[in-house]
Design a binder for this molecule. Structure first.
Ligand SMILES: NC(=O)C1=CN([C@@H]2O[C@H](COP(=O)(O)OP(=O)(O)OC[C@H]3O[C@@H](n4cnc5c(N)ncnc54)[C@H](OP(=O)(O)O)[C@@H]3O)[C@@H](O)[C@H]2O)C=CC1
Ligand SMILES: CCCCCC(=O)/C=C/[C@@H]1[C@@H](C/C=C\CCCC(=O)O)[C@@H](O)C[C@H]1O
Length: 335
């Protein structure tokens, strides 16, 4: 019988998660029944949203998350041994997927050929984060050529894709990231105006580099960063509220009181449109985004990076690293 390693919540994290908030146990996975498969993780994703899931979880819960995995046992003719899938069984080395579980296309999909691109990309640029950039930027910001776009967490999985899509659309991109190496990386993607928000004052940068205002703001960070950007928005600016990673370790739960004043005056007088989203809003158009990004990669218009941690034992450490800016591009763990 297959033995699975499983990362569970030991203590619901308070503030920045610690490795001791997690525990790894071993579990026996019973053999497949009709219609079932057993999968073995190949690549596991760590994502900022997991912080929210942990906050809403309880001790003993398996940490939620996606992985690229290989079918190693099958009693389902549609999914034979050797098939690669993207699934959401959580931080587990081996998992049983029932016939029912395989029906939900957002919990389980067979991995299509990625045209020579490493399978881990299905967790990043050719997966949920890539589509977050594609739909979250194009649909909510409606960018026009020549407009000025601000992107933060710009060296990360979503941000680096947004910067490049904005460039493809002919926009002028002002990007922010958290280290000199990250600034160099974003510049290497062809983005001209890139700043380190830890050493450059965001408001001063925008006064200088965006004297006519910011037309589109793709926000991954929230908090103080966003407070600094708001006064620089142009009339009829569009703000895509993708994430607020600077706040994830502060809020006790969803629905808690907002931490700062709501800038009503700016929003009203400049007639700004601000919209949050969850990328699964575009579920019915999922492959449109993936196929377009794949095409842009082929044409050399989009580049991407991955920060790879080796070993399942490094799941908590790699996850925590997201909040310390340790990743460049998509953070993944190789099983
Ligand atoms: N709405 C949706 O459907 C989705 C939203 N998201 C959101 O998109 C954002 C980016 O996700 P993703 O690309 O996967 O992650 P990233 O690959 O960008 O990794 C996170 C990065 O965030 C930056 N960061 C961490 N803490 C802070 C802080 N306190 N202040 C400023 N920056 C910080 C770090 O970069 P640096 O070194 O530059 O500080 C870090 O490397 C997140 O907010 C996430 O929740 C992601 C997917 C779907
Ligand atoms: C308020 C949540 C901000 C997190 C932004 C983000 O990264 C979203 C990612 C989603 C993710 C949803 C997972 C947890 C969000 C918790 C909200 C809830 O109602 O439980 C995943 O489904 C893929 C991205 O769309």
């Amino acid at each position: 019988m297959v033995q699975a390693k499983v990362w569970r919540i030991k203590t619901v994290s308070q503030g920045v998660p610690k490795e001791s908030d997690f525990e790894c146990i071993t579990e026996t996975v019973p053999p497949c029944q009709d219609g079932e498969v057993i999968i073995e993780a190949e690549w596991l994703s760590v994502d900022p949203y997991m912080r929210y899931r942990i906050a809403r979880g309880k001790p003993g819960d398996t940490v939620y998350g996606s992985q690229v995995a290989k079918v190693i046992e099958s009693k389902n003719p549609d999914c034979p041994v050797g098939t690669y899938v993207v699934s959401y069984p959580g931080w587990r080395s081996h998992s049983k997927i029932t016939a029912e579980g395989m029906k939900d296309p957002f919990q389980f999909t067979k991995l299509s050929d990625l045209g020579g691109i490493r399978r881990s990309a299905a967790l990043g640029i050719l997966g949920m984060p890539g589509n977050t950039a594609y739909f979250g930027f194009l649909e909510l910001c409606s960018p026009k050529a020549g407009e000025t776009v601000v992107v933060n967490a710009a060296a990360g999985a979503v941000g680096s894709a947004v910067c490049q899509i904005a460039k493809i659309k002919g926009c002028r991109v002002i990007a922010f990231a958290g280290s000199p190496a990250k600034v160099d990386y974003v510049k290497s993607l062809g983005i001209e105006h890139v700043f380190n928000y830890k050493t450059d004052d965001v408001s001063q940068v925008l006064t200088k580099v965006a004297p006519n205002g910011v037309d589109c703001y793709f926000d991954n960070v929230g908090g103080d960063f966003t407070e600094s950007v708001m006064p620089h928005l142009a009339e009829f600016a569009r703000v895509s509220v993708c994430g607020a990673i600077s706040t994830y370790n502060q809020l006790p739960s969803l629905g808690s009181k907002s931490s700062g004043p709501f800038p009503s005056g700016i929003i009203i007088s400049k007639q700004i449109r601000i919209e949050g989203f969850m990328v699964y809003r575009w579920s019915s158009r999922w492959m449109e985004g993936i196929n377009q990004i794949a095409q842009w990669i082929k044409e050399g218009k989009i580049k991407y990076e991955e920060s790879v941690s080796n070993g399942f034992e490094n799941m908590p450490k790699t996850f925590i690293g997201l909040f310390q800016g340790e990743n460049l591009g998509k953070a993944v763990v190789k099983y």
